[in-house]
Design a protein around this ligand. Structure first.
Ligand code: PMP
Length: 358
């Protein structure tokens, strides 16, 4: 009954659907990390003063921002923390766009951008990637969008846009460019900062860079993201965020994780090692994919029939990968997260069995 009072656009929208959550399965569908977070996180949480949870957390995550600034070579004033980078994206939408302004993104990409545009009541221009997942710079600039969203490495293609091309795009836009670097630590063979936009951020006052702790830091369950921008922009965005948007336990966990850079490097190394094994095995089936710069790959199976059969067969064996059956641009492909060795081996054996049975 109460539904009739909803905004019509909320009633009409289908909502963002994350990958399925099923217990006791091999979960290669949401690009989580296969191994646990730093032991420093465990220590920080184990020694956490639980009585202090009666107090609100630091609203602006000072300690965390200082730790992040030290790691990423910026000042704390360049950093805003969010309840996952999804929260950072919400803050951006709220702060920068109102109808009739719109946003734009290369397409296909992370579909939450669409959901957030709907919730904000603004249009979103999807600009197809050029062949080979190349950046459609001129077409993006021609949209006149207030905010352009660009995931690099991109989800679901796992492809990277070189920094020079991002700089060119930033200069061409009359608006904000959001460089969503959720998977950047896996790029360039694990040389995240080499591929990142962060080292040149100060040269581009219209650019915002996003990072997440959900992938290479293996803290998806803690919900933590970082937004980097010019201090003047950060000061404005702080007005828009929820008052206590990062809880105290997550601030402690994130700070500890940031201080253990060696653990991140090790997680990235193990993921890339597994990525190479998975790629070699899948290539034997004649499957192809754009070169993966992330902790997943977008495998082209050749047909809707094969993709459906493999997805269903894997699911029946308790192995989840991501499949967009209703998307004509993606329905011959499967997005497969790189997991732990035993998960990957189980997935590879199952794919082989399913294909052999045809
Ligand atoms: N950006 C991209 C490109 C992603 O794929 C994801 C995770 N699916 C996110 C952001 C969201 O990450 P978080 O867990 O920090 O909200």
């Amino acid at each position: 009954m109460g539904e009739k009072y909803l905004r019509p656009d909320v009633l009409a929208m289908s909502g963002y659907t994350p990958g399925e959550q099923v217990n006791q399965c091999i979960k290669l569908n949401t690009n989580e990390c296969a191994w646990g977070p730093s032991p420093a996180v465990r220590a920080a949480l184990a020694s956490y003063d639980v009585d202090s949870l009666r107090l609100y957390p630091d609203p602006v995550s000072r300690g965390l921002r200082e730790a992040a600034a030290a790691v990423y070579g910026v000042t704390p004033a360049h950093v805003l923390a969010g309840n996952g980078s999804d929260d950072c994206l919400t803050i951006i939408f709220r702060a920068f766009v109102a109808a009739p302004q719109k946003v734009a993104c290369p397409w296909p990409t992370y579909s939450l951008y669409d959901t957030l545009a709907t919730l904000q009541g603004v249009g979103i221009d999807h600009i197809d990637w050029l062949p080979g997942w190349q950046l459609p710079t001129a077409a993006l600039a021609a949209t006149g969008a207030r905010v352009t969203l660009l995931a690099t490495p991109n989800n679901p293609s796992a492809t990277l846009v070189p920094r020079d091309q991002l700089r060119e795009l930033a200069r061409a836009l009359d608006g904000i460019l959001v460089v969503d670097e959720a998977y950047i630590d896996f790029a360039h063979g694990g040389d995240g900062l080499g591929a990142s936009f962060l080292p040149v951020l100060d040269e581009h006052p219209n650019v915002i860079v996003l990072r997440t702790f959900s992938k290479s830091y293996s803290l998806a369950g803690a919900r933590l993201g970082l937004l980097f921008a010019a201090p003047a922009l950060i000061a404005q965005l702080e007005k828009v965020k929820d008052s206590y948007n990062v809880n105290a336990l997550t601030q402690a966990a994130g700070t500890a994780a940031l201080r253990d850079g060696a653990h991140l490097i090790e997680l990235v190394r193990k993921t890339i090692e597994q990525r190479e094994l998975v790629c070699a095995a899948l290539a034997e089936h004649g499957w192809t994919w754009p070169q993966s710069e992330a902790n997943f790959l977008l495998a082209e199976t050749g047909s809707v029939e094969v993709a459906t059969r493999v997805y269903d067969g894997l699911k029946a064996r308790g192995i989840l990968v991501r499949y967009w059956a209703k998307r004509p641009d993606l329905n011959t492909k499967l997005r497969i997260t790189i997991g732990a060795p035993e998960s990957n081996q189980a997935m590879l054996a199952a794919v082989k069995e399913i294909l052999a049975a045809s």
